[in-house]
Ligand binder design. Structure first.
Ligand code: NAD
Length: 366
């Protein structure tokens, strides 16, 4: 079987710490599967790239990414670089990467692992069995729209951003959501703000049309984003696949992550182009960077998503997912998911070790 080439961007803060564990888990999968080989090559992005090259993404790093079969990314950013001009900030490197690679759909699953039910701030009966998938539009909307910038207009300091969506941008992300729904419970909730935003009026109409014409077998409902933020807390189990804009998806997925217990648990996949990008939804967590306490499970589960979506290896992806469930069931917890008196508190490295052991065990249960 031909080897797969993975471009690895460890990034900033806890990025390199969680990436180390995720890559070690990948090597374990490689060993126990005895089939596919993975070649990895590291490159810099974000603050790390700025420090080395004066820019958050170099043309060489971008070329390497484009020539790969998949990308893994830790996280970028940190207070050190917040003072830089916008175009030099770490987050610009990541946004540029997503856009250059045409990664227009961001898949963010929020799954509650049974042993973590009590780590959720919501009551057990609200979160039990949650398994939802948010599809966030990733290369359009207010994060990219022009005009943008800060200026002084008529003597008044003014900050400007523009929410803009075109029909093709909405159609393609809607199709990703409907296709996913066909593999799940055939239900999609489209989230917008069509009562006040024209871009949402178009969003609402186009998603409805794609649904009616191409996916009549999928049940589509619409929800206003403010109501959705409330419903995610009131009754999160009502949702299966959700599809929404870049900005709304950014906010709602952080909310959904807390329902599941911790932002340190949630992976994501960015797809749409030739090469998929897999990263945790959390940031670089500067407050805990370098302390060896970060939860590596979101990064580890991002590797599972890569195996599933880029390499068509669902069996191996399931080994990792089951291994994570097993480690949690055995009581191992990093600080973010630990509750006093329950389970064993471990650091980043030990959590990675436990997952690797569990991958070996789950792979034998074929
Ligand atoms: P964050 O996700 O980095 O951290 C939020 C809180 O969650 C912190 O208390 C942190 O300690 C905790 N946390 C996050 N991941 C964790 C993990 N794996 N284990 C344990 N605890 C974890 O968000 P922030 O503090 O708003 O942002 C920090 C930096 O990260 C900023 O520069 C921001 O721009 C950047 N950021 C980058 C990405 C990305 O690279 N995709 C995403 C979000 C934020």
């Amino acid at each position: 079987m031909a080897s797969k080439k993975i471009c690895v961007f460890p990034g900033d803060g806890i990025g390199p710490e969680v990436m180390r564990e995720a890559l070690a888990v990948l090597r374990t999968v490689e060993t126990v599967s005895g089939g596919r080989r993975f070649e990895t090559e590291e490159a810099l992005v974000g603050g790390a790239s700025y420090e080395a090259h004066g820019t958050p993404m170099t043309p060489d790093a971008l070329a390497l990414a484009k020539a790969s079969d998949a990308l893994l990314l830790g996280a970028v950013g940190g207070p050190k670089w917040d003072v830089l001009p916008f175009d030099l900030r770490p987050e610009r490197g990541l946004l540029g990467l997503r856009r250059e690679l045409g990664l227009f759909a961001n898949l963010r699953p929020a799954v509650v692992f049974a042993p973590l039910i009590d780590a959720s701030p919501l009551r057990r009966e609200l979160v039990e069995g949650i398994d939802l998938m948010v599809v966030r539009e990733l290369t359009g909307g207010i994060y990219f729209g022009e005009p943008r910038g800060e200026s002084v207009i008529d003597g008044v300091e003014t900050g400007i951003n523009t929410e803009i969506y075109t029909r093709p941008e909405i159609e393609r992300v809607a199709r990703v959501a409907f296709d996913l729904a066909r593999k799940r419970t055939r239900r999609v909730t489209s989230v917008d703000k069509f009562n006040v935003l024209e871009s949402s009026v178009l969003w609402h109409r186009v998603v409805s049309e794609v649904g009616a014409k191409e996916y009549p077998d999928v049940e589509l409902s619409h929800m206003l984003v403010d109501n959705c933020a409330m419903q995610l807390i009131r009754n999160p189990r009502q949702f299966d696949v959700m599809v929404t804009t870049n900005l709304f998806g950014d906010i709602l997925t952080d909310e959904a992550s807390m329902i599941t217990g911790s932002i340190g648990m949630l992976p994501s996949a960015s797809i749409g182009g030739k090469v998929g990008l897999y990263e945790p939804i959390h940031g670089s967590a500067p407050d805990i960077a370098g302390k060896g306490v970060a939860n590596p499970l979101a990064m580890v589960l991002s590797v599972a998503m890569m195996l599933k979506y880029s390499f068509d290896m669902p069996v191996e992806a399931a080994w990792i997912e089951k291994a994570v469930a097993r480690v949690l069931a055995d009581g191992y917890r990093t600080g973010d998911i630990y509750r006093e008196g329950e389970g064993k508190k471990v650091g980043t490295t030990e959590m990675g070790d436990r997952v690797r052991d569990a991958v070996q065990k789950t792979s034998l249960e074929r």
